[in-house]
Structures are given as structure tokens and as C-alpha cells.
Design a protein around this ligand. Structure first.
Ligand code: ZN
Length: 458
């Protein structure tokens, strides 16, 4: 089955590349209302293509913002699994336009790469998935499994309306598992399974002492200095071993297994000293920097301000001081609970003579992780390895992808991140591109994957 579809993709390569060219030529910039018609055009393109392939119930769902393209394929029958496929057709703005070597919306092939805005993030990868569905349909007369398509037009503006529609329309999006093609590999031609993402939360601490800045000679010794008080509070939250010293912060965090430590060690990574310019690395005692970034929670002070910041000296006791703190969370940690623990800690250690206010960050999310030996993940790894002829590596990421957390929260189904981007793709930057061999091998991977998971009893 797979061979025929791959032959189809080879024989139709030129035509499909032309079709991709047409899709990439539509400037579907979601953040700028001047491109509203083009957003619609990109959604129309998808609608037409899904029709040609043979999808059913195709619709541009009104989200209140840009339309979400929805479609179904139920032809595989009730005994086959159903996948929810997610991608996005909107793109980032192109400025600074002068730095582009070719028009961002006139795709050009140079150095075996397709240069265009969206070629990697995410129109190129969305197209690859659709082209594979086309190939399977044309050669087998059907798809090996049932599919629900969810391609949104607001990812680059924070997926403003996605949560609500996923939440309110469970009847539409319900599936056995989800596949997201909107990520990348750790290196070109290095198949990568991204099996974990971190969660996120934060607080802002404001310490106030006197109701106005004071003369340090007249009042120094009489009242508490808010910057000093804030420094004491912050210093009490993490120790010199990079261990977070807030009570119960690590409660529920699952221990790192030997098996996972081995996966992390095997994953190719960067030299942190070289890439950051820091004189040395610093990670939680007992963990390597790779283990800490991928699999352990973090606590960072992102900004701190208060008092006199100008040239020379100004002898004051400032009235207030503020620090902004964010944490990256791992599975087992609840953002709300972490915020509460942080607040309780700050209130408990705050010295007398100041008032302390804690503001909680609204945008919080939980971490996501799928077992690396889950059959759906194993099959993805096998499909990658077969297509790229290279052993697949497993990584977790320190960052967060909101849609992953939402699908996890609302549907509680396994999520497989099947990404084909490379670190050189320059997402969101001038000269975004995507390598042609990742395009070809990525589609081969998808053909193997869909055929093999169709046999899975989920
Ligand atoms: Zn994206």
C-alpha cells in the first residue's frame, strides 16, 4: 500500500510542488487586517483541496475571528481509529521586508530549499499532510483511517478562538488521538520525536515601603528599603544549587527514570556555553543542563525594577520595587497551585516594614507528556526511521505549545507531534525556508505512519 502512494508522490512531484507554490503565494498574514481577504483565500484553497481529495463535511467554521477549516473522512469504517489532524494556514508578517532575498510570497527554490513565508511554519507542513492524503486516496481508493481536519487561521495571533471551539464542539473534534504537524527536528535529516512540553505560570511581586522616595540620610535607619526587602524575598526562593526552595514546589513531579535519562543523553543537543556566551552552565544539583531544560521545572526572574536607574548617584530610599517571575512546569505540577505556593512563600518570608502584593499571571498552562514507548509514538519513530534511514531521537522541550495542552485538557487523548522543520528554517524571520529533502522524506514518513497506525487498536 505504502509503495504505491510513494510512487504516486514521486510521479506527481512537480504538479504538487506547483500546488504548494500556489498555497504559499497567498499572503495569509493573520495579525494585519489588510490581509483579511487573503486569509479567506487561503481557507478557500484548503476547502477546494480537501474537496478534491474526497473529504466530507468540509466547512469554514466561524470562530469569531479568522475561519477554521474543518473536514472529515469517515470512509475507513467504525473499526478503524480516528485521528484529529491540527495545523494552521496563517503566517507571520514579513517585515523587515528588505532582508528577504526573494519575495516572501513568490516561492523560490534555491539551495534545495523552498523560500517563502509559511514554507515551514506551517503551510508547507499542512500541505505535505494533505498531499499524502491525496496520494493514499488516489492509489488505494480510501484512507487507511478516519480523519478529522482542523486547520486554523489564528495560530500566529495566539489561537484566540481555538480553545472555545475545541471545547464547545466536542461532537466535531472527538477522536482517538491527535497529530500535529507544526514543529521540527533537532537537526536536518535527524528524525525527532518531541514527546514532552513544559507548562507555564508566573507571578509579579511588588514590595512597597514609604509612600514616596525618601532622603537616605534623613530616613536611612528608620524605615525598610523595599529593594532590599525584595532581594531577601527573591534570594529565599532558589538556592545556589539551582534548587527551588519554595515549600512543596516539587510535589508531584515524577522522578526522572534511567530510561529517560538515557534518551536525553542520546539526543543531539547544543553546547550551552558556546551558544549562550555564559562562562559556564548552571543546572539543578543532580541534573545535567539537558535534563534540567527538558525535564525539570524552572524558576526565572525575568525582570526587576525600582529606585533610581539614571547616571551618577541619587541618595534615596525608593518607595517600591517589583520583580517579574515565570516558571516552566513539568507533568504533575498544577499552574494554579504553583502560583499559590509562590504567593504563600512570598507572604511568609516578607520582612516587616513593607507591604507585599502578588499578581498572578493569567496565561498559565499545564505541561504535556506522552510515554515515549506508547505504540502511537513507537510507530511514529519507526516511520521516521524508515523514511529518513536514520535512528529517531527522543526529546522533550522547555517551551510550550498551547494547542497541545488544550487538546490534552479537553479530549485527554494521545498527541503525536509529527514535525519536519529544521533549525535552519528561520521561522518568523526573513528568508524562511524548508528543505526539499525534508519535504520528500516527510511525506514518505506520513505514508508509513498512516498505514501503520490504522492497524493500531486504540
Ligand atoms: Zn506554527
Amino acid at each position: 500500500m505504502s509503495d504505491q502512494a510513494i510512487t504516486y508522490l514521486t510521479e506527481n512531484r512537480e504538479r504538487l510542488l506547483k500546488k504548494l507554490d500556489e498555497f504559499l503565494s497567498i499572503p495569509s498574514v493573520s495579525t494585519d487586517s489588510n490581509y483579511k481577504n487573503d486569509i479567506k483565500k487561503a481557507a478557500d484553497f484548503l476547502e477546494t483541496y480537501l474537496q478534491e481529495i474526497g473529504f466530507e463535511n468540509i466547512e469554514q467554521k466561524d470562530t469569531g475571528g479568522h475561519p477554521l477549516v474543518y473536514a472529515e473522512y469517515n470512509g475507513a469504517g467504525a473499526d478503524k481509529p480516528t485521528v484529529l489532524f491540527y495545523g494552521h494556514y496563517d503566517v507571520q508578517p514579513v517585515d523587515p521586508i528588505d532582508e528577504w532575498e526573494s519575495d516572501p510570497f513568490k516561492p523560490e527554490i534555491r539551495n534545495d530549499r523552498i523560500y517563502a513565508r509559511g514554507s515551514s511554519d506551517d503551510k508547507g507542513q499542512v500541505f505535505m499532510n494533505l498531499a499524502v492524503f491525496e496520494a493514499l486516496m488516489k492509489t488505494d481508493g480510501e484512507l487507511p483511517l478516519n480523519v478529522k481536519i482542523c486547520i486554523e487561521g489564528e495560530e500566529e495571533i495566539g489561537s484566540e478562538n481555538l480553545y472555545d471551539i475545541l471545547h464547545d464542539r466536542k461532537d466535531l473534534f472527538e477522536a482517538d488521538f491527535a497529530v500535529i504537524s507544526d514543529s521540527g527536528m533537532v537537526a536536518k535529516n535527524q528524525p525527532t520525536i518531541l514527546y514532552g512540553l513544559k507548562g507555564f505560570t508566573g507571578i509579579e511581586i511588588t514590595v512597597t515601603g514609604p509612600d514616596h522616595d525618601l532622603h537616605s540620610g534623613m530616613y536611612g535607619g528608620a524605615v525598610r528599603n523595599p529593594i532590599m526587602a525584595l532581594s531577601h524575598i527573591l534570594a529565599s526562593m532558589k538556592n545556589e544549587d539551582e534548587v527551588i526552595t519554595v515549600d512543596q514546589f516539587y510535589d508531584g513531579v515524577e522522578p526522572l527514570s534511567d530510561e529517560e535519562r538515557k534518551l536525553i543523553e542520546q539526543a543531539p543537543g547544543e553546547d550551552f556555553v558556546e551558544s549562550t556566551g555564559s562562562p559556564s552552565t548552571a543546572s539543578e544539583k543532580g541534573y545535567t543542563p539537558e535534563e534540567h531544560t527538558m525535564a525539570r521545572p524552572t524558576f526565572e526572574i525575568n525582570g526587576i525594577y525600582g529606585g533610581y536607574q539614571g547616571e551618577g548617584t541619587k541618595t534615596i530610599i525608593p518607595s517600591s520595587a517589583t520583580a517579574k517571575i515565570t516558571c516552566r512546569l513539568v507533568p504533575g505540577q498544577e499552574p494554579d497551585k504553583i502560583q499559590q505556593l509562590l504567593e504563600d512563600h512570598v507572604k511568609r518570608v516578607a520582612p516587616k516594614g513593607v507591604t507585599v502584593e502578588v499578581k498572578k499571571e493569567k496565561l498559565s498552562s499545564k505541561a504535556y507528556k506522552v510515554e515515549p514507548n506508547h505504540p502511537l509514538i513507537k510507530k511514529a519513530a519507526d516511520s521516521y526511521t524508515k523514511a529518513f534511514e536514520k535512528e529517531t531521537v527522543y526529546v522533550r522541550m522547555g517551551g510550550s505549545i498551547p494547542v497541545v495542552e488544550w487538546i490534552d485538557e479537553i479530549y485527554n487523548i494521545p498527541i503525536v507531534l509529527l514535525g519536519f522543520g529544521t533549525p535552519e528554517d528561520r521561522l518568523h524571520s526573513p528568508n524562511e525556508s524548508f528543505p526539499l529533502d525534508s519535504y520528500d522524506k516527510g511525506m514518505e514518513t506520513l505514508v508509513y505512519y498512516w498505514n501503520s497506525v490504522a492497524e493500531e487498536d486504540i
